[in-house]
Design a protein around this ligand. Sequence first.
Ligand code: ZN
Length: 462
Amino acid sequence: MTTLIQNGLVVTATGTLHANVVVDGEKITAVVDRSAPVPQADKIIDATGKYVLPGGIDVHTHMEMPFGGTSSADTFETGTRAAAWGGTTTIVDFAVQAKGTGLLATLDKWHAKADGNCSVDYGFHMIVSDVNETTLKEMDACIAAGVNSFKMFMAYPGVFYATDGEILLAMQKAAASGGTVMMHAENGIAIDQLVAQAIAAGRTDPVHHGLTRPPELEGEATSRAITLAKVANCPLYIVHLSAAQALAAVAEARDTGQNVFAETCPQYLYLSIDDLARPDFEGSKFVCSPPLRPASHQASLWAGLRTNDLSVVSTDHCPFCFKDQKELGRGDFSKIPNGMPGVEHRMDLLHQGVVSGHLTLPRWVEVCSTTPARMFGLYPRKGVIAAGSDADIVIYDPAAAQTLSAATHHMNVDYSAYEGMPITGKVVTVLSRGRLVIDGETYVGSTGHGQFLDRGLNQYLV
Ligand SMILES: [Zn+2]
């Protein structure tokens, strides 16, 4: 069964091309300039006036993740379906090692959650929260099992927190094995003191979540992570970078040639601490870590995306419902589950960056699809429209208008962080490995179509 996507503008990280795209089975078999004879196909999709993009790749999601006595509200089933609606055809989620358990047992557990439940393809990173001899040995087995990126935390003492010594050991191991260490860079030890002071003084509203996690403590932790990575000679990927201070540290390291990379997320580009300060506990909807920053940081982040000091946009999708979940922190902001929904809106929100002149069209595709694929060992199977690649294809109408709202989104969460926000552009068709998943206003995919991706190593390393 062959499909021809006709008359669209193919957008890749390197440019745009008026071309017809041929899909045979699960693969793209040809990208043919429109001046050439039109290839024959069993089925034709007309993409006149539309962009034809490689499917979005969101390398930072947390489906059904345990946190603070509750679990993020999207399952792999609902979360990957919502991702597809928004033009994301691959997610890389985090398997979470609980203290006292092994990495391989953890991986088995996450496979059990995801296998047979996903609408689009998925991979895993491993969260390392218990560094010991067994863990370090198991890192090699994880790499053999297609999981070669290991996330560690300088935040959350007593939960995920790792000491500098533990981080160094894991970095040495990753460096020797070809893995990449991903870092949540906030100084959790200092933050916990500020949180305790705030609670003791009765400053319990959601805005204090932001005020007790100042950007300086993200900058400091980012610098420290970079230094540890330099000593260990380990590739480092800073997750969800939110602060100008942290970006400056990343830029400096990159300028010296160190293998340091960073991602940011749409919430840091569009929302601010003013949202955390919304009255009547509404601010809890915007509690995530690192926290939303003063709006003055946003210009730095957009600039970082242009200069490639920020090379990926992911979502850190980790939704908790306002009712019953965010509400756990009424009267004590430190008990509000950390996380925001977003997996469905990343492609749209970053297209908005194209509309407003922050990004070029190819750069949009690069930060949302191509670089994530290369960073996490999926390229050229994913992240490009080219013969031989998986037919993960999004047809995007750049002229469509839509308004983001909980009333119309598909994520399993009772609010939108972007309620009422007008967006120019909309996904109209999504294919995952050649199979139609979104057809206009209809989901036509199937739970279980999504396959586990055995990923290769980071492709930016030489
Ligand atoms: Zn995260």
